[in-house]
Design a protein around this ligand. Sequence first.
Ligand code: NAD
Length: 280
Amino acid sequence: MAYNLLKGKRGIIFGALNDMSIAWKVAELAHEEGAEFVLTNTPIALRMGTLSELAAKCNAQIIPSDATSVDDLENLVIKSMEILGGKIDFVLHSIGMSPNVRKGLTYDRLNYDFYHKTLDISAMSFHKVLHVCRKLDAINEWGSVVALSYVAAQRTLYGYNDMADAKALLESIARSFGYIYGRDKKIRVNTVSQSPTVTTAGSGVKGIDSLIDFSERMSPLGNATAEDCANYCITLFSDLTRKVTMQNLFHDGGFSSMGMSWRAMHQYDKSFRDCVNDGD
Ligand SMILES: NC(=O)c1ccc[n+]([C@@H]2O[C@H](COP(=O)([O-])OP(=O)(O)OC[C@H]3O[C@@H](n4cnc5c(N)ncnc54)[C@H](O)[C@@H]3O)[C@@H](O)[C@H]2O)c1
């Protein structure tokens, strides 16, 4: 059911690759809620993914950009304002990539050029987006900028690798820039810390299936899906959350507040008994 929460609002949505992407679900819902927006991704993602399908469905235009390039971002923001007919009201940063994860290099054996790329793509790009939007005065007062994060920014989760450092930086940028943008222009900047979700980026994380099962067992409300995440992002773009800024907002069914749950303990006991029975 649509509530017209984003009627008359204009935005830019980064990071929809295919119909599993969290950004894809956000775009579909933003469209239903009355927003107009531009979709963007890297030229290679545009070739490999299916973004044009989403664009057709949402009546949106696509502008290619690499979010690590300030020149690309300037072009994107200027053209978006031209296409949409004015300043924008919301931005979704739904971008993450680690070449170390892709190459299977563990945290104690990182390649430092790759590490630099992880931080640039997954975190510094958020600073660049905010910087370019502010320089071009592209966001209306009470606008809202959201980036997607993960609990590994605060707690160590096996296999998340250098993406944990990128997410910690991302969340810090939301606070540091959120202060400046809030003070100057009343613009909100937040991160949403989402449950593990089956997407192209998510599938790259080592042991993702076990991680999803573990957090499902640990979370009293169960894991949040990509559709759930889209619902939450829409509220953050809407006028209903005007005084929420500089926050890392957990959207994880309660996982981040848990230590041990009955369902996880039950599974742990079961495997422990199996080990004892096996004579281990
Ligand atoms: N899937 C999960 O388990 C999960 C959990 C918490 C947070 N997140 C975060 O959600 C966000 C979206 O990821 P997703 O799970 O939807 O996966 P996804 O693979 O669908 O999206 C990642 C996107 O980043 C884009 N990207 C990569 N390099 C880029 C660059 N240089 N410039 C612009 N875009 C670039 C990719 O093309 C892709 O569209 C990421 O920040 C991810 O870390 C994902």
